[in-house]
Design a protein around this ligand. Structure first.
Ligand code: UDP
Length: 318
């Protein structure tokens, strides 16, 4: 049994992770300021809830810290860009300080946004990205990039055991129905018989990972021996572990809409085209060779199956 802290544990991935850790009999604490997290998603779970902003110093003693605190959907992280930026940067520093003090192992939720609007496809971890410091996504992307650098430097200076995971688009039960992401929007629109809002021509692609696959990867990564990771990444020329986690199946946003509609044949929704938000990446697909090689991990749940497992959760909100 490990003593575990999940920052941002009332968010979508955090709430799923808390369930999984509780089921595995770990002792779980969740730190969340409820900016986007929802305490109701943790109801009935035997966890300790700390109503705290990750930008404040973290006390307590933990074996593992999962650092998930940061608004992650574009409408939410763009609502208060300075909040988003400082949550990533100051939050990472506080997590690393806590780890330095207690010897906790850290798994930090980085993002495919590190690659920006990528010119290399699919994206391997060695790709440095094609990024914009001055766009509407920059508050999220650049905060996450600085957090990776900070993790590297805490590892170098203080030996903090920190592992970076670049998460590609993930979906599943416990997503916030109001967070404006494509999967939640399309399912809810189809259930409510409202128009399905395709941004732009709907030709941009994403790779959609069911949350259970991601959590399986999280656990394998967190449990991997430090020395094993060290030698694997040394061979790659890196001083810190960094792995993509996503499902390499690539779909246009239009294909996603059609898949959702085919699973809800009673829906009367039709497709409608809306303006494309600024800096919206055109293509995104992870190269997951390193995660396969290093952890023996790869996703097993195809899009159609994952959507079928997700739709029932949203019925209550339709
Ligand atoms: N998108 C869309 N309709 C929506 C919401 C999103 O067409 O109602 C598009 C969005 O422009 C992007 C993709 O779907 O190209 C994924 O958007 P999301 O906000 O889920 O995540 P992102 O990968 O952009 O961070």
């Amino acid at each position: 049994m490990a003593k575990v802290l999940i920052t941002g544990g009332a968010g979508f991935i955090g709430a799923n992770l808390a369930r999984r850790l509780v089921a595995a009999k770990h002792e779980v604490s969740v730190l969340d300021n409820l900016y986007t997290g929802r305490k109701s998603e943790l109801e009935g779970l035997p966890i300790t809830f700390l109503g705290q902003d990750v930008r404040e110093p973290i006390s307590g003693d933990y074996d593992w810290i999962f650092n998930l605190a940061c608004p992650a959907s574009p409408p939410h992280y763009q609502r208060d860009p300075l909040f988003t930026l400082t949550t990533s940067i100051d939050g990472m520093r506080n997590v690393l300080e806590a780890a330095k003090r207690t010897g906790a192992r850290v798994l930090h939720a980085s993002t495919s946004e590190i690659y920006g609007d990528p010119l290399v496809h699919p994206q391997p971890e060695s790709y440095w990205g094609h990024v914009n410091t001055l766009g509407i996504r920059s508050c999220y992307d650049e905060g996450k990039r600085v957090a990776e650098t900070m993790a590297l430097e805490y590892r170098r200076a203080f030996g903090v055991d920190v592992r970076l995971v670049r998460i590609f688009n993930t979906y599943g039960p416990h997503m916030d129905p109001k967070d404006g992401r494509v999967v939640s929007n399309f399912i809810l629109q189809a259930l409510r018989n409202e128009p399905i809002t395709l941004y732009g021509e709907g030709q941009q692609t994403r790779s959609f990972q069911f949350v259970d696959d991601l959590l399986h990867g999280f656990m394998a990564y967190m449990e991997a021996p430090k020395d094993k990771l060290k030698s694997f990444f040394k061979e790659k020329g890196l001083n810190i572990p960094v792995l993509n986690m996503g499902n390499p199946g690539e779909f246009t946003v239009r294909e996603l809409a059609e898949e959702v509609l085919s699973l809800l044949p009673e829906s009367t929704s039709s497709l409608t085209f809306c303006s494309l938000p600024g800096d919206d990446p055109k293509r995104r697909k992870p190269n997951i060779d390193w995660a396969k090689e290093c952890l023996g991990w790869e996703p097993t749940i195809p899009l159609r199956e994952g959507l079928s497992k997700t739709i029932p959760y949203f019925r209550a909100f339709a």
